[in-house]
Design a protein around this ligand. Structure first.
Ligand SMILES: Nc1ncnc2c1ncn2[C@@H]1O[C@H](COP(=O)(O)OP(=O)(O)O)[C@@H](O)[C@H]1O
Ligand SMILES: [Mg+2]
Length: 425
């Protein structure tokens, strides 16, 4: 740059004035790339989602005969992606054109204005060529810039999509890692909670003593599973407090809290790996003998050994190669292996046939011995053995007591018993 000024400052001044104008033109041309990339990435995400859904739900799609509808939807989506892809390519061509033009502009000006100066005798031809040659070194990096500006906008569009996930606030926990000495395993006091502003619980209060088995019954959608999610700290109540082993949830280090809890969800998740690993993740470093013992207790051992590779059988994506009851028993074995103080069982025997239910029931009873258990149940056999039954309806505890007490009261429980529990039990 200094050398250019020494050769001819007027020519350099012209080039310097030109540069920001050209850069502005290039960056203006690059702007739409951001939105165009974002559209393309969103729509490719949608295509991938549909492929995944289509494969995972292929049996439903066939059974309901909705192949044509799904195909049309998929075709439209692919077309939309194609259109967005074309748009992006168009914008890229435009910046390529603009940046190319911007790149040769200084040379055209130099040949024109410089030629004029040479004719006037204010610069020699030799110096003019030296000037143009040197200009190359400044101009070349500048012409490469638009390419990077375009890439920058594309990367920003991709980052925007990831940012939505990165921006989700991290779980906030406390620092307590051991239970406070307490007779009460669990205490809900005035808890209000709702998903997305739709209130589910208002002023929910109950206590569970250590070692007690509490059955939770109620119609579906009443909020039973949500109570478990609150106890595990997946959600925070909007009002009121939840204490687990004498400590408020906010005090607990969440990892330590969850160490105290074994949760069997309604729809247990299995990883696409071996049965051994799926049970073993209940307790890291568990020996084969411990895994086997847990499987035996969950009445799963016999079906596992009848699999082609026994414990090393791969269960498939989300456990797709197993039946619902088999998955449930593996989930129970996993919880048994965890050997936690507080058991949360969400309809643990709902997918089992009568025979394996009986076996699992025995295993669960053994497991519940001396532990605090909350069990969401619709089988009378489970409910009858509980120390206490909480009847939940529309986000409230409407009744609480033993089977005999509630039966005699002839309220909601009695009605549930008449319509559902009796058949299921
Ligand atoms: N993650 C969620 N987001 C929004 N609403 C939810 C969510 N999970 C459950 N719900 C709603 O909360 C209510 C209670 O659900 P849940 O606790 O699963 O009921 P239950 O286990 O008693 O059948 C239902 O109306 C359900 O639609
Ligand atoms: Mg539920």
């Amino acid at each position: 740059m200094i050398y250019l000024i020494i050769i001819n400052w007027q020519l350099t001044a012209v080039v310097i004035v030109l540069t920001p104008i050209l850069a502005a033109a290039v960056s203006l041309a690059a702007k739409p790339i951001h939105q165009a990339s974002r559209n393309l990435q969103d729509s490719l995400g949608e295509v991938n989602g549909q492929v995944q859904d289509g494969i995972a739900g292929s049996q439903e799609i066939k059974a309901f005969g909705i192949e044509t509808g799904r195909e049309t939807k998929f075709r439209d989506q692919v077309k939309r992606s194609f259109t967005y892809g074309l748009k992006l390519a168009k914008h890229q061509s435009i910046i390529q054109f603009v940046s190319y033009t911007a790149g040769i502009m200084p040379f055209i000006v130099c040949f024109g204005y410089g030629g004029y100066l040479a004719v006037q005798g204010r610069i020699t031809i030799g110096y003019l060529f030296a000037f143009i040659n040197l200009l190359n070194h400044i101009s070349n990096p500048l012409t490469a810039l638009p390419h990077y500006i375009g890439q920058f906008y594309r990367a920003m569009a991709a980052y925007g999509r990831i940012q939505e996930i990165l921006d989700v606030p991290e779980e906030q926990g406390g620092s307590a890692v051991i239970p406070a000495d307490s007779e009460t395993a669990l205490e809900f006091a005035g808890v209000s909670f709702g998903y997305n502003d739709v209130e589910l619980f208002r002023d929910l209060s109950f206590k569970v003593k250590k070692g007690e088995t509490t059955a939770i019954v109620g119609p579906s959608g009443a909020g039973k599973s949500t109570i478990f999610k609150l106890i595990a700290g997946f959600y925070r109540p909007q009002a009121g407090t939840i204490k687990v082993f004498g400590r408020e949830l906010a005090e607990w280090d969440l990892k330590a809290l969850r160490q105290q809890i074994a949760l069997v969800t309604q729809d247990p998740h299995l990883y696409p790996t071996t049965i051994r690993a799926n049970i073993g993740c209940g307790q890291l470093g568990a020996s084969d003998a411990q895994i086997r013992a847990a499987a035996e207790a969950a009445a799963a051992h016999s079906f596992i050994v009848s699999q082609p590779q026994g414990y090393d059988t791969i269960v498939g994506e989300r456990g797709s190669r197993l039946s619902g009851g088999q998955k449930q028993r593996i989930a129970i074995a996993r919880a048994l292996l965890k050997d936690a103080e507080l058991l949360l069982l969400d309809e643990p025997t709902s997918a089992l046939d009568v025979e394996s239910e009986h076996l699992v029931q025995q295993a669960l009873e053994q497991l519940m011995e001396g532990r605090t258990t909350l069990v969401i149940a619709h089988r009378l056999s489970t409910i009858k053995n509980a120390d206490r039954i909480l009847v939940i309806d529309q986000g409230r505890i409407v009744e609480s007591g033993t089977h005999e007490q509630l039966f005699a009261a002839r309220g909601v429980y009695y009605h549930l018993y008449q319509t559902q529990l009796q058949q299921a039990g």
